[in-house]
Design a protein around this ligand. Sequence first.
Ligand code: ATP
Ligand code: MG
Length: 606
Amino acid sequence: MKTSQTLIATLREVPAEAVIASHQLMLRAGLLRKLGNGLFAYLPFGLRAFRKVENIIREEMNNIGALEFRPSVVVPGELWRESGRWETMGAGMLRVTNRVDQELVVSPTAEEAFTSLIRDELSSYKQLPITAYQINTKYRDEIRPRYGVMRGREFTMKDAYSFHADQKSLDETYDNFAVAYRKIFKRLGLSVIPVRADAGAMGGTGSEEFMVESAVGDDTLILCPSCGYAANTEKAACEQDIPLNAEGKPQQKTDKPKEAIDTPNVRTIEELSSFLKTNPQTFIKTLIYKVLNSELDLTKAPGCASLKRVTDTGDAAKFYPVSFFAVCIRGDLDVNEAKLASLLKASEVELACDDDVVRITNAPVGFAGPAGLSSVPVIADESVLVMHDAVTGGLAKDVHFIHVEPGRDFTPFMTGDVRTVVAGDKCASCGAEYYSKKGNELGHIFKLGYKYTKAMNVTYLDENGKLQIPTMGCYGIGVDRALASIIEEHHDENGIVWTMSVAPYQAVIVPIKYEGAMKETADALYEEFKKAGIEVLLDDRNERPGVKFKDMDLIGIPVRVVVGDKNLPNVEIKERAKPEPELIPSSKAASHVKTIIDAALADLNS
Ligand code: ATP
Ligand code: MG
């Protein structure tokens, strides 16, 4: 391709809206433009790199026997009603109604579509296992799209779904994906941190996330320097520590009855610590949460008798659209809302608004406590279960309780681990101190089990002619996010430094001036490079050499061949990732550059 015939859309200034390197560079190198909030257009150079990422993913999927499908992006809402997710998906899912009032969904993910497709094709055990995938558009109405295509609203995902007669078969396919994902990331030149969602203490391998480190990552990774435990903070567990009082001693069990004390204008944990001159580890903090779409059975839960439970969704789970819970945790710890949502089998949890807190606790905000609370179920974090002689809110203005004994003064409806694990907490597997890193999720592999096949009635006949339900796995990778992550990992102050496997072009020929002998040599090299199978760009623009060099560095073309009067019959070959150029006779340039490219690709593919 000649630069005069394509669109070089480089920008000298850093666009104000872009804060991370990959977003800035995608705009500056002319790979990407914004169309709206979270909505983008790839320009020709960006699209070339994007297609290469896609193809590497496609090749590795095909290599493990996954079959590529192409479902529509807009799917009937009916499918989502069958799975039960029409109700539970929340506002992130874009729903539209067409002219005949049919409900439609712009796919945020495609478990429903693939489960329905396989349901229609599957009849016999002989067809299993089967793995289907697509590389296709997704739409999620993200609340805060940001960092360019790292978190967009419309994006492209490779999503795969596998169906199996038994767990062993699912395990095998899952393991194949685990290997294929590592190959994909290696070929893309990405360093990923595989994070087992159920690592360490729990054993098992039901889910693995592939994270890339990023200072502005939306996820926090909890890592153990000693045993290698790695978990997303949404799942991370830690060793239970014993709470200490102001003297640095464990608080002892007390026989003293719970006692109300006057604590005028004391609401926060800090105010309470200084008022009582003690350590927040002796307080039980109580937070009122509003919970959406909980699938728990609350028929026997305190205060839940009149709650509305939605039961008209066929085989899909029954759930409560809205419920409230009081969540208790040790005073110095924070509740992790992802862990809480998963404990409560809910789609979303959020702190209740002041009015709801006042109604539920019958007191101003700041005096919630579990003892004597009957209007909502109490959830106790495991940290609370080892506490003694604790302080809690007193369910009245300016009142706290002291000498509270969990189990004696209140009985939780449910207990579980909802604590936010942080650096410095002890490893759940080996006891060493955790450290943490920020990161983004690039991919995810997950054993789904029977959730969708049961809800959507997928069956097949086994060897004995008996009707069976298959088990399922699902596997995603964000294509745009992978592309942005490559730039995030491979750039310098002058621009992008593409990995050879995904560079929009592998080499660029830059004549100092596109005239005379330089033009002749550049044209001849261009033809030779193309014959040698090199994806080559010829910068035939009538620009100063400095401008052309700057543009090609910014765009990040891996090999630059400069054709200048002074050096002919030699040409200067410079690799983007290396500081020094070398002089090579122009007659050897094509084979030399081909060697560089092949070596780089072989290294990535090894
Ligand atoms: P996140 O926690 O970052 O929102 P997720 O858990 O919602 O991710 P999945 O539903 O597992 O993501 O989707 C699979 C992959 O799709 C992710 O690993 C990521 O690479 C990509 N992805 C998800 N949401 C977005 C988005 N808004 N923009 C770009 N890529 C995305
Ligand atoms: Mg998400």
